[in-house]
Design a protein around this ligand. Structure first.
Ligand code: SF4
Length: 322
C-alpha cells in the first residue's frame, strides 16, 4: 500500500530519506534538501551580499548539485551573490574531457559564466604525463596539490573572494576518520569547518557539508540534473577508500553515523600551544606557502628534474592530496 508523505501534504511518498528515515514525496524532499542547505549557508554566515563566488565545478554529482542549488537559493532568497563556475582540466584522457562537456552544459542550463584552467597551461604537465612519470601509486598527491593551487589561481583570475566546493557530509566524515587514523591533529582541527581559510589564501566554503551523498544522488536524479558519474581512471586513493568502506559499513548499521562523526569532529577540543606553520609566500610562484617553495612548486620541480618517482614517497608523509 502506498505510503503518504510524512509532511501531510496529501501526496504519496516516493522515497525514504537516508538521513532521517522519513518518507517524502518529491516536492517535499526538494524543499527539505534545499532548506537544509539554505540553513547551512545562513547559520554559518558562509557568504555576504555582493560576493563573487567561484563554484568548483567538476561535472560530478556533488558540484553539479552545488551549482544548481546555489543558483536556486541565490534567486529564491536574494543572497545577491555573483556566482561563477570554475573547472580544472587535469588532462586525464577519457575522464576529464568528458566531464568538462557536462560542465559546459551546466553553464548553459544555469546561465553561469565558466572558466576552465588546465594543468598543461599552468604547470606544463597533464596528469596523463604525470602518471607516465610517477606511476599510479602517488599520482593523486600531485593531482590534489596541483588542483588546490589551480582553483586558487582560477578564482583570483575571476575576481572571486571565495571558492565553494561540493564536499558533502560523507566526505567530511571520511576525512575526520582519516585524520584520526593518520594522527593529523592540525587537519583534524579544521576539517569539519564549513569555511576553511589560511592566511593569504581564499576561503573554501562547503555549503553541502550536511548533505548525505545518497541524498545528493537522489536530488540530482529527481531534479534530472546532468552530471558525469564515471570514476577517474587513475583513482587508486586506497587510504580514503578504506575509510569510505568503513563508513559505509557503519552507515548500514546506523545511518546517523555520518552526522555523529561530523558532530564529534566539530566538538573536539585541542590542546593549546600546538604549533601551526607560519604562512609566507612561495619564492617561485608567489602563492601562499609555509615553506620557501610551495607544495605545487616542490612537486613540479621534482617532475621537471625527473626525480618525481624517488622524491614523492619521502615527501608524501608531508604532502597529502586530501
Ligand atoms: Fe586526480 Fe587522483 Fe582524483 Fe584522478 S582520482 S582526479 S588522479 S586526485
Amino acid at each position: 500500500m502506498p505510503v503518504s508523505c510524512t509532511t501531510n501534504c496529501g501526496r504519496k511518498a516516493i522515497l525514504r530519506r537516508p538521513k532521517t528515515g522519513t518518507s517524502l514525496c518529491k516536492e517535499c524532499f526538494f524543499d527539505a534538501f534545499e532548506t537544509e542547505v539554505h540553513h547551512t549557508i545562513t547559520s554559518g554566515k558562509l557568504f555576504f551580499p555582493g560576493q563573487v563566488v567561484a563554484i568548483g565545478a567538476s561535472g560530478g554529482k556533488d558540484s553539479t548539485v552545488l551549482a544548481y542549488v546555489m543558483k536556486f537559493l541565490n534567486d529564491k532568497y536574494d543572497y545577491k551573490l555573483n556566482l561563477m563556475l570554475l573547472s580544472i582540466d587535469e588532462g586525464i584522457t577519457g575522464y576529464r574531457d568528458d566531464s568538462l562537456n557536462t560542465v559546459k552544459e551546466n553553464k548553459n542550463d544555469y546561465q553561469l559564466p565558466l572558466k576552465i584552467l588546465s594543468y598543461q597551461d599552468l604547470y606544463g604537465w597533464t596528469m596523463d604525463r604525470v602518471v607516465e612519470e610517477v606511476g599510479k601509486k602517488n599520482n593523486c598527491t600531485f593531482c590534489g596539490v596541483f588542483r588546490r593551487q589551480a582553483l586558487e589561481r582560477g578564482a583570483v583570475m575571476m575576481g572571486a573572494s571565495c571558492i565553494a566546493t561540493g564536499h558533502n557530509a560523507d566526505d567530511i566524515a571520511e576525512t575526520v576518520l582519516m585524520n584520526i587514523m593518520r594522527g593529523d591533529v592540525a587537519r583534524l582541527g579544521r576539517c569539519c569547518a564549513a569555511i576553511t581559510s589560511s592566511d593569504g589564501a581564499l576561503p573554501r566554503v562547503k555549503p553541502l557539508k550536511f548533505c548525505y551523498e545518497k541524498e545528493i544522488v537522489m536530488y540530482a536524479y529527481f531534479r534530472k540534473l546532468k552530471y558525469f558519474s564515471t570514476e577517474c581512471v587513475y583513482a587508486p586513493n586506497a587510504y580514503r577508500g578504506h575509510a569510505r568502506n568503513f563508513l559505509k559499513e557503519l552507515e548500514r548499521i546506523r545511518p546517523s553515523v555520518i552526522m555523529d562523526i561530523i558532530h564529534s569532529g566539530e566538538n573536539l577540543v585541542f590542546q593549546t600551544g600546538i604549533k601551526t606553520p607560519q604562512q609566507g609566500t612561495c619564492s617561485s610562484c608567489g602563492h601562499v606557502s609555509s615553506q620557501e617553495l610551495c607544495q605545487a612548486c616542490t612537486l613540479l620541480l621534482s617532475l621537471n628534474e625527473g626525480k618525481a618517482k624517488q622524491g614523492v614517497s619521502k615527501k608524501s608523509h608531508k604532502i597529502r592530496s586530501t
